[in-house]
Design a protein around this ligand. Structure first.
Ligand SMILES: NC(=O)c1ccc[n+]([C@@H]2O[C@H](COP(=O)([O-])OP(=O)(O)OC[C@H]3O[C@@H](n4cnc5c(N)ncnc54)[C@H](O)[C@@H]3O)[C@@H](O)[C@H]2O)c1
Length: 435
């Protein structure tokens, strides 16, 4: 009797260590062994890095690449030939990838406005998912994705917040929770990076040959093509991303919430911001943003200054946990704990800005969970959703410009109509919001 793919994977991982696996075959055949077959949707940058990291682990094959940019498909297929002997199928429509029975897991490396639909459709198709952060580009999409994961139970989901798999971050969380810092009253989070501002606006042009720009826009509103709103640069346009707040905020705020054991939205949020540093730039997202999140026993603040790269404690980005008996300053270079007034009482080295060890551990964790059918990954969808929603309410407060806000996570509403306008994006036909 042929076992269903998942059942076979479960049995084979329990009993099949050291098995030999047959060569890759075309779509439509049954799963066969402890090999995890993956497909990548969105190949230009981080999606490719995820795939390359995934292929460093044993027993992983890439069956398909999908992108709306033909140039990326050609480039990444060539890159892939150096990493595996098998030739992947190439697609421009992610829905065709989800029809491939042999594909166990999809990696979603598209811009933020293109996370929700492939994710929900992948849940429906019963695929495991490694989706990049921030989970989505709006509060409503985050909720829709958590809802879809709960409805189609059993899919193994990892959000690409690889810091959770960094040993030094895990040690930091343990240290903060140990109580050594005394009563923690303040968590400060900041990110200042040059890349998050743009040059003055360039003229719109025709899309480059080979680019299906209509599909790149997808559910977002129709706008002419502009290189300042395309590969990589989309981050600074509200329709597709949320600037430093959603790009770095989700990584760093995630650590703050995890260490402080926060699982719900804050009591209140107060944000202000604007483009004060580089007002002539084409970026829409705020180069200057300050957010205060209020909790019962402490406050957390976020600050970003885009276009500059310096910051508190000589760190362009990082976190501070301040307690009655000491404080910790941290970023990917590592962390130092200061007790009383003395010099660092404990220092732990990190894996640096590119955090390759964390990515390697995070992809390994995903593969392990896929093989053992363990849905408790290092960053499940709920954890990815929580910090993405923190980032979004921070941006929304400043965009709505209405002072302090309360977000009711049960009703999925703010206490102010102006802020509520930012909760759910209007999807452009033929794309439909996944209700
Ligand atoms: N975890 C991390 O440290 C980290 C680092 C960088 C980026 N990211 C995240 O990764 C995601 C991608 O970022 P990036 O910098 O690689 O963006 P990018 O613009 O460089 O690449 C996105 C790719 O997706 C493709 N694409 C767009 N719409 C598509 C669709 N409908 N179907 C198939 N392909 C489509 C684009 O053509 C492009 O090739 C973002 O969500 C970003 O926040 C995470």
């Amino acid at each position: 009797m042929a076992l269903p793919r998942r059942t076979f994977l479960r049995y084979s991982s329990a009993f099949g260590a050291g098995l030999c696996f047959p060569a890759i075959v075309g779509a439509g055949s049954a799963g066969r062994g402890d090999v995890v077959n993956v497909a990548l949707i969105g190949c230009h940058s981080m999606g490719w890095d995820d795939l390359a990291a995934m292929l460093q682990h044993k027993g992983v094959r890439c069956l398909a690449l999908c992108d709306i940019d033909q140039r990326e498909l050609v480039r990444r297929a060539a890159d892939l030939s150096a990493l595996q002997p098998e030739v992947p199928a190439l697609f421009s429509d992610y829905r065709r990838v989800l029809e491939l029975k042999d594909v166990d897991a999809v990696l979603i490396g598209t811009p933020d406005h293109w996370h929700c639909l492939p994710f929900v459709d992948a849940c429906r198709a019963g695929k495991d998912i490694y989706v990049q952060k921030p989970l989505a580009n709006s509060l409503a999409e985050c909720d829709a994705m958590v809802d879809a994961a709960r409805k189609h139970q059993g899919c193994v989901i990892q959000v690409g917040q690889q810091q959770r798999s960094g040993r030094y971050w895990q040690e930091l969380v343990e240290f903060v929770r140990s109580g050594v810092l005394g009563r923690i009253n303040r968590v400060q989070v900041w990110a200042n990076f040059r890349y998050a501002v743009q040059a003055p606006p360039l003229p719109d042009t025709a899309p480059p040959a080979g680019v299906d720009y209509e599909t790149w826009l997808g559910p977002a509103r129709k706008r002419p093509f502009n290189s300042q709103r395309f590969h990589g640069s989309w981050r600074t346009c509200w329709d597709y991303g949320g600037g430093l707040m959603t790009d770095w905020g989700v990584h760093l705020i995630d650590i703050a919430l995890w260490a402080m054991d926060v699982k719900t939205m804050p009591r209140r949020v107060l944000s202000s911001g604007g483009n004060f540093l580089f007002p002539q730039g084409a970026h829409e997202t705020f180069d200057t943003l300050s957010v205060t999140y209020e909790f019962k026993n402490f406050v957390m603040t976020w600050e970003n200054n885009a276009g500059v790269e310096n910051g508190p404690f000589s760190k362009g980005y990082g976190l501070l946990f301040r307690g009655s008996d000491g404080y910790i300053v941290a970023n990917r270079s590592g962390w130092d704990a200061y007790m009383g007034r003395g010099k660092a009482a404990k220092s732990v080295k990190g894996d640096g800005w590119a955090n390759r060890e964390s990515v390697a551990n995070h992809t390994a964790n995903f593969l392990q969970c896929v093989r053992t059918r363990d849905v408790n990954t290092a960053c499940p969808v709920e954890a990815g959703s929580l910090c993405a929603k923190y980032a979004h309410i921070g941006n929304i407060g400043a965009r709505a410009g209405v002072g302090s806000l309360v977000y009711d996570d049960r009703k999925r509403l703010f206490d102010h109509p102006e802020a509520n306008k930012f909760i759910k994006p209007e999807y452009r036909a033929p794309w439909q919001f996944p209700e």
